[in-house]
Design a protein around this ligand. Structure first.
Ligand code: ADP
Ligand code: MG
Ligand code: MG
Length: 695
């Protein structure tokens, strides 16, 4: 999650006093960085992935799997090995970081992959090496898994060692997850409590349950054990949104909860939904991310925009989260769960109460899809750089790129049109002006002014007194607590690291082969976007519709997604000549395509895999590399066609076919045990020949 700092973190009450100076310092740091870096160019197309893992422990005698906090010991060992190698001047193949929960690990390659197509063949061996290394740091009854949502997180006794949740005195006040689940670094606990306090209540996550033949209707969850000793005075604190609707006997202590359901006790817990009540439910979900360096600021902005449209498509295609808190869900993805789990907006900001004291109505959580395209922007390498542009107004076209009016001439390589930015985007006008005055163009200024509407969530004691003029801590602190589908990353001071985009929507896959295939597919897509001048621009409101469709059950085969008809911005390669945009066609037209059509093509659409194949055909590749890359593309193509299942589909099928599944949506300990045995052997084998999933 970035930006770890040592020191005592401040509470939300204290941070609240300092939001303005923090923002100002963040802006000053960004402006200094901008001045230094805006004209950099010729950076190589380096890239790298990030994989999140969970560690489970297995008890053969009880056939029970639990999330293991021993992952922390493994992490320390891994960090030591990395530091030791560095001290000896040796290369180390992996880099390890903590994640939100104590049973999680995060790894990336020790150094980024190079820019050649041949370098792509290093990805899967590197992922394999990382898994083997992490496994070697664990005990004999422990396993590292790449599973997006741990199916029994938050059920009774889900953690090893067992710690009971404490809804009254715990910092997260969760009915289901104890604070001990949170990684011990102060940052994580502070994030948890500050989000809750800023919001004015616990977070509230409701996922529709999958209603099976024997699932009770309406589906009303029982009261968890942690709530049975509560007294009536504890109840408002359980939700802090509104008092409980029904408590059987208000005067008794503890309460008599006989016959009550969770929805009776907690109004936030909706019937027919799986209810979750703390940040750990979202932040324990594991994902697969990839970061790509652009040659220049302009190219990186271009990639940011194009990848934003691809994010929901890859979310649907990587769907791997069909179970939450022990119940089959009616969704296949983690995204909305995390979005709700870190949603620190107040009721006013969420539009649930009239706006009285808050500055903005904010339509989205901090964790959501992007709300603004960046456009390629002006040419900062030219002698004159733009300044003092006005929001929403048209500009002089010294850069030739219209910002206010589509009828103005766009420069030839600028596919962006103002109408694509069609969302209601709150932004901080003061920040916007300060950034424009400092030389940022309108798009970039608005992008950061939008991110900067969020208050800082983490601040450490004494940090405001330190001289930070040559660092980027405040800027990064604000930026890195905006968790959007695509992150625009600025160069790192003092390091040979340029402008980058991070692709953040994908769910982690069950095996290294699949994770490599998904990461490589996106990497190849960045290459064809640049080489073939691809233009995926859609109004962002349509991208948001796609985000929601992507998460529904079996979206790959059951949903259609908005996609642009004409994706060749320039002259298409000969093989795709029939897809050239002709003047008779509306060049901006979008229609709804299945994922199969988008990925594999049809008579009316070229398809992303065929475009990549054509690119590879034109490259001077040895046959071994070509064969290897084709295997990855084939996985993506077969997933898209529905011939192979997504991880979500595979896990769902496993549950449905399990002899102990009672068609009641419940995923028991015993089912979980067998699922983990299956996942372990699949992951050990590398994952290339799993029937239905990869073969
Ligand atoms: P985060 O910002 O999510 O904490 P990091 O920046 O640490 O992630 O790393 C994300 C990925 O970016 C890693 O796989 C890393 O190898 C890769 N990476 C590091 N340097 C570069 C670079 N200059 N260009 C592209 N990717 C890079
Ligand atoms: Mg992470
Ligand atoms: Mg990341």
């Amino acid at each position: 999650m970035g930006w770890l700092t040592a020191g005592a973190p401040l509470s939300w009450t204290d941070i609240k006093q300092h939001t303005s100076p923090v923002r100002k310092r963040g802006i000053a740091q960004l402006l200094a960085l901008w001045d230094r870096e805006k004209t950099r160019s010729n950076d190589p197309h380096l890239w790298g992935d990030e994989i999140e893992y969970i560690v489970v422990s297995k008890d053969d005698s009880t056939r029970k799997v639990r999330l293991s906090l021993r992952a922390q010991d493994a992490l320390h060992k891994l960090e030591e090995l990395e530091a030791e190698a560095q001290a000896n001047g040796e290369a180390f193949a992996s880099s390890w970081k903590p994640e939100y929960a104590g049973y999680m690990l995060e790894s990336s390659p020790g150094s980024p992959y190079g820019s050649t197509l041949g370098d792509l063949t290093l990805v899967e061996p590197n992922m394999h090496k990382r898994r083997v290394l992490a496994q070697a740091c664990l005990g004999p009854n422990e396993t590292v898994l790449t599973m997006t949502s741990y199916p029994r997180l938050g059920t009774s006794g889900f953690m090893d060692p067992h710690v009971a949740p404490d809804p009254v005195n715990g910092a997260a006040r969760s009915l289901f997850i104890p604070d001990a689940a949170i990684t011990s670094h102060a940052r994580y606990l502070a994030l948890t409590t500050n989000i809750m306090h800023r919001r004015g209540s616990k977070v509230s996550i409701n996922v529709p349950v999958f209603i099976d033949n024997e699932t009770a209707w309406p589906f009303l969850e029982p009261i968890p054990h942690s709530a049975t000793t509560l007294s009536p005075e504890d109840i408002p604190g359980l939700s802090a949104v509104s008092p409980a609707r029904k408590t059987k006997t208000q005067s008794e202590h503890p309460m008599n909860l006989d016959g009550c359901t969770l929805s009776d006790l907690i109004p936030d817990a909706l019937p027919n939904h799986i209810f979750m009540d703390c940040m750990a439910f979202g932040c324990s979900c594991c994902c697969l991310q990839a970061t790509f360096q652009g040659e220049s600021l302009k190219e990186t902005r271009l990639l940011y925009d194009q990848l934003a449209v691809i994010a929901p498509i890859m979310l649907a295609l990587s769907a791997a989260a069909p179970i939450f808190r022990g119940y089959l869900a009616d969704v296949d993805c983690r995204w909305n769960v995390i979005a709700a789990s870190v949603d620190d907006r107040t009721k006013e900001e969420r539009g649930e109460e009239p706006q009285v004291s808050s500055q903005f109505y904010i339509p989205k959580s901090r964790y959501d899809s992007i709300s603004l395209y960046l456009s390629p922007g002006p040419d900062y390498s030219a002698a004159s750089t733009p300044s003092n542009r006005t929001a929403g107004g048209s500009t002089s076209s010294e850069d030739g790129c219209s910002m206010g009016d589509d009828t103005e001439t766009l420069r030839p390589d600028c596919f962006f049109k103002h109408k694509y930015n069609d969302l209601n985007v709150p932004y901080d006008y003061e920040t916007f002006r300060a950034l424009q005055d400092g030389g940022l163009d309108e798009f970039m200024a608005k992008h950061y002014a939008h991110l900067f509407i969020r208050d800082p969530l983490i601040l450490f004691e004494g940090s405001l007194e330190t001289d930070d003029s040559d660092s980027v801590g405040y800027f990064e602190g604000l930026q890195s607590t905006n968790w959007q589908t695509i992150r625009f990353k600025a160069p790192t001071p003092g390091m040979p690291i340029g402008w980058r985009v991070e692709f953040r929507s994908m769910e982690v896959q069950l095996t290294d082969f699949e994770n490599a295939a998904y990461a490589i597919f996106v990497a190849l897509l960045t290459r064809v976007i640049i080489s073939y001048d691809l233009n995926f621009y859609l109004p962002l409101s349509k991208v948001d519709e796609n985000m929601q469709r992507a998460q529904t059950r079996a979206a790959v085969t059951q949903q259609a997604f908005w996609f642009r008809n004409n994706i060749f911005g320039g002259v298409p390669p000969p093989r795709f000549a029939s897809f050239a945009c002709t003047s008779e066609k509306d060049s901006d037209e979008a229609r709804q395509l299945t994922i199969n059509e988008i990925i594999n093509g049809s008579g009316a659409f070229p398809g992303l895999v065929p475009i990549i194949e054509s690119y590879l055909d034109s490259a001077d590749l040895d046959s071994a590399t070509r064969t290897e890359l084709s295997a990855y593309l084939a996985l993506i193509a077969r997933r898209a066609s529905g011939e192979l299942m997504t991880a979500a589909g595979y896990i769902r099928k496993f549950v449905h076919e399990h002899p102990e599944y009672r068609n009641d949506s419940v995923v028991s300990d015993s089912i979980m045990w067998d699922l983990v045995q299956r996942l372990e052997s699949m992951a050990e084998s590398g994952g290339r020949s799993v029937p239905g999933l990869t073969a």
